[in-house]
Design a protein around this ligand. Structure first.
Ligand code: MTE
Length: 324
């Protein structure tokens, strides 16, 4: 990643609590505005203080899940003000500041490739694909910080089963929205070539079908804030956070291992699997420990981010030092 000192949160990046206590209508504004490129450029809040966060709609009928950790959850403020979302800026506070540009209605997700029933879903139909569950997962970022996040979503397998993959479907590629108006970080004039847009990610079919893998549409009982990847993102808790691609518009079923954004950018540092592994250091820093946001002392990083009992069998016989 681009971050040189993963352990530091600048105090300037932390949104004051009163802003979170005064949250306003989000959904209405989300459906209303489309910004012109010029307006987005002129108004892009690179250096402004964090804005008021938006009031998000409550998600009803959310079931608890036995896959949740009982560890202490990070606060809503931590989760929504310390983000990696390069389409909305490169600093941790930028995604919250620029979330207003990412309008999420209308929004469709196209399912393509090796499936018997290709289909373009409206986001409101995606939300109804399966009963919503709260999944409290650890998220371990490759930059060696972590959080515990109460996601709301449903198993990705529910979507996969609907579209009926063919026998040729060995992998899935996910694609983020490409729209420099709604994602000002994609304007090369502002940030140069941070990544080759759109952001893409991929999973092997058995990883995608695993019951821990979810599509998330919310957190803390509310619809997903834009800075966390609204309206729908992937969450794969045993992999480094960058596999959990945000703001998905396309899901492609493919035969060959697909390209992924960070391994396209720096293939020597980021592999396809990216399983959390304290024994394989990043070329520029150790992965042995992590800082849980909000804690002072570092923790030991756990193999597969602590989900080894559930997922280690997926990688039996693989050399995870080479296939990182
Ligand atoms: N998805 C997109 N499209 N763009 C991004 O920059 N950042 C990734 C991942 N998904 C990213 C993305 C990284 S590096 C991490 S650690 C997680 O999102 C952070 O998720 P969070 O901000 O909700 O904690």
């Amino acid at each position: 990643m681009l971050i040189k000192k993963p352990n530091d949160i600048k105090s300037s990046e932390i949104t004051p609590p009163e802003l979170y206590l005064n949250r306003r209508q989000f959904i209405k504004s989300a459906s209303a505005t489309t910004l012109s490129a010029g307006a987005a450029l002129a108004g892009f809040d690179l250096f402004q203080p964090a804005p008021q966060a938006y009031a998000l709609a409550k998600l009803p009928d959310v079931k608890k899940s036995s896959y949740s950790t009982t560890e202490k959850q990070n606060s809503l403020k931590d989760i929504t003000s310390y983000n990696n979302f390069y389409e909305l800026g490169v600093d941790k506070g930028d995604p919250a500041r620029n979330a207003k540009y990412l309008t999420t209605r209308p929004w469709t997700v196209a399912i393509e490739g090796e499936v018997k029933k290709p289909k373009t879903y409206d986001i409101d139909d995606i939300m109804k694909l399966a009963p919503l569950e709260e999944r409290i997962y650890r998220l371990r970022c490759v930059e060696a910080w972590s959080m515990v996040i109460p996601w709301i979503g449903f198993p990705l397998s529910a979507l996969i089963n609907q579209v009926e993959p063919t026998g040729n479907a060995k992998f899935i590629q996910f694609v983020t929205l490409l729209d420099p108006k709604r994602m000002p970080g994609q304007q090369r004039s502002l940030f140069g070539n941070v990544l080759d847009w759109p952001y893409v990610e991929g999973l092997r079919m058995d990883e995608a079908m695993h019951p821990l893998t979810i599509l998330s549409v919310g957190l803390y009982s509310e619809v997903l804030p834009s800075q966390n990847g609204a309206p729908v993102r992937l969450v794969v808790p045993w992999k480094y956070g960058f596999k959990s691609i945000k703001s998905i518009v396309k899901v492609r079923f493919v035969e060959k291992q697909p390209a992924t954004a960070w391994s396209l950018q720096t293939p020597s540092e980021y592999g396809f699997y990216s399983n959390v592994n304290p024994e394989v250091d990043h070329p520029r820093w150790s992965q042995a420990t992590e800082r849980r946001i909000g804690e002072f002392l570092r923790r030991k990083t756990l193999m597969f981010n602590g989900y080894g009992d559930q997922v280690a069998s997926l990688y039996k016989g693989m050399d995870l030092r080479k296939l990182y």
